[in-house]
Ligand binder design. Sequence first.
Ligand SMILES: NC(=O)c1ccc[n+]([C@@H]2O[C@H](COP(=O)([O-])OP(=O)(O)OC[C@H]3O[C@@H](n4cnc5c(N)ncnc54)[C@H](OP(=O)(O)O)[C@@H]3O)[C@@H](O)[C@H]2O)c1
Length: 302
Amino acid sequence: MAEPSFETALVTGATGYVGSRLAARLVGLGKRVHVVARPGSRLDLLAPIADRLTVHRHDGTTEGLVAIVADARPDVAFHLASNFIAQHVTADVAGLVGANLLFPTQLLEALASAHVDRLIATGTSWQHYEDAPYRPVDLYAATKQAFEDVLAYYADACGMKATTLVLFDTYGPRDPRGKLVSLLWRTARAGRPLAMSPGEQKLDLVHVDDVVEAYLVAAALLDGRAEPTRRYGVATGRPLALRESVAIFERATGLRVPIAWGERPYRPREVMTPWTTWDALPGWTARIALEDGLIGTEPDGV
Ligand SMILES: NC(=O)c1ccc[n+]([C@@H]2O[C@H](COP(=O)([O-])OP(=O)(O)OC[C@H]3O[C@@H](n4cnc5c(N)ncnc54)[C@H](OP(=O)(O)O)[C@@H]3O)[C@@H](O)[C@H]2O)c1
């Protein structure tokens, strides 16, 4: 991979799973890394690199974020912060809009006022239900899209170059998010049947190390690019049915996962086939096959 040319990066969502792995990779490359955390954010995932990055606690105000970005003076910002809720209830609305629209708009304002003109942001394949150019699966995906509309303004009006990486499913070691792979480990170890849907829905699982590499490739591509905004899918392009993914898990780990298929219905607006018409990120491909990538993903405390 081409060495990214920037020296200083600002990362949002760095206390989360993908963001913490990106921050660690950037630190490993010798970059200066600033992260934006909330007053109550836990820094557990950043503990191994805590002495090699600068943590800024954002007080929630636009002015506060403007001051943080002015202080950090990054060459590029990586925006990964998000509130993910698959099926929201009324009480979730403010949190979704706050995390996925207000906070990143504050970030754009702060970047613009500090003349930071390079941004890598994060979208979701769920903005493309049933392969539509835009049809959000849920309110989470709708708020992600709303941010991209705001981004179009800042990129155009402020001379910013921004790439949105559209993520599909991610997995990897030390993943605290309780997603599919962690659930499979827990179910296999517990040996108690887990009720699931019929399992025909397809997933495109990308190893977190491949995802992190996509952010670096995307940042390198900003140099010299003409268009203000671009979006690329971060996917293998070979989605597998949930049943097939579980079979690969069983082969890779040598464990049996006692799943009671069809004991639960599909959820409303289940994504049966992920988005297919994404643009590939030039110079990037998912390198880690699922059977290899699953090794070492057993969560702590199983
Ligand atoms: N399956 C996938 O992994 C997938 C698929 C599609 C898209 N994505 C996107 O990929 C990105 C990374 O996902 P992830 O799974 O690594 O996330 P994650 O582990 O859930 O972490 C979320 C991060 O966002 C921060 N955050 C939440 N609400 C915030 C707010 N109101 N203001 C500021 N920061 C806030 C969290 O900070 P705290 O520590 O303070 O909570 C945390 O650092 C997200 O943008 C997500 O939407 C992921």
